[in-house]
Design a protein around this ligand. Sequence first.
Ligand code: UD1
Length: 422
Amino acid sequence: MATYRIRHCEQLGGEVNLHSAKNAVLPILCAGLLTREPITIERVPMLTDVDTLVEILSECNVNISRNRDELTLWSDDPHSPTSENLLSRMRASVLVMGPLLARTGYVRVALPGGCAIGQRPIDLHIKGMQALGAEAQLTPGSVTLQGQLRGGNVYLDFPSVGATENIILAAVLAKGATRIENAAKEPEIIDLCAFLTEMGARISGGGTGTIFIEGQDSLHGCTYKPIPDRIEAGTILCAAAMTEGSVLLRGVRADHMRAVLFKLAETGVTLRESSAGLRLSGRASQPIQVRTLAYPGFPTDMQAPMMALALKLRGTSVFLETIFENRFMHAREMARLGASIRIEDRIALVNGGHLLAGSTVSSTDLRGGAAMMLAGLAAEGETILLDPQGHIARGYENLPAMLRELGADVTMDDLDSMEVHG
Ligand code: UD1
């Protein structure tokens, strides 16, 4: 059982390097299904979500070799994954659908799992594949798609990140031209398009609402380094702001996180970009109003870490979650530390500035778990954060070590050797 011990932290200070973005790496790894030639991905973060996807891709008959943080993948004869429980462990596993269908004309996948932050259907993924000529058969718990794909026009009712990626991953090998309208604009989409272009795909409009893809007969190998993780960056900045720290993030893409930086600046902290990186310093004091939206709006993945920061801001901060319907689970855990939070449907009112006291709390989901680690830094005394499902390690490469580099006292412990209180 992953269990973290977090001690109150007065002030964070120093410098940290960011890892590559989980949400960029996962779709890129799925492109290993698209070609016989090796693709090499550099600086792959050590995350359990990456390990799970590697297991799933191996089941799909993708060859994978690992050299430290480099992964090389290629597939001569890929097929649908064999076991169902891997897919139910992780939402992004649905991204094998598009490339397998495009390459082989057939795919069967179990309906995916992941964080329980909402219903998370995959209707838009399936509609996209149907628009490219696939026939879909739904049974309880799984979907089968078949047919030789041809280009088509896809309109997404919502700019879903995963559906946009899945359709791009299919359309690059479909016959003819595809146009995706109301596409997601996230930096991870731009990165996927840049990577596929290196493989010989012809794509334009990545990062805008309309993406054009000219399908190719085959794609070739390449070597690629994904973008840095803007959510990891935002999480560290929130930790720094909570503790009146002065922290330099190296290797950050500030242009990928403008909405988060504007919100941080509204709290009163100072942000400075230089050739060395992005520095946050000063005192966060003003409450904020946050509405999660598709990119370039405020990312839903930053809602929980930002709520941890709001616990320190005197006055009422308001959070409106518009992307996922069940993404305030961390609020209950924050209340165990003494936080005053009222939830009304999709709105959370955080009455900040109260003294927080260390206690035993749980990690409810990936970003909620990280937010609890930050809340533990702000709480007096010691906080024990229980994460039996290993949510945090799914998406952060050793977050405790990153915080320790900045002077925090956060350790990962064996539950058996600890005294649990609260
Ligand atoms: C991705 C990210 C996740 C992030 C989310 C929103 C990855 C691996 N994960 O998840 O960290 O929180 O984007 O930025 O990149 N929807 C449908 N039907 C569909 C697909 C989605 O109704 O077929 C809905 C979802 O239920 C949700 C909304 O669209 O309400 C956004 O989901 P989506 O953008 O697809 O998120 P993911 O790709 O799952």
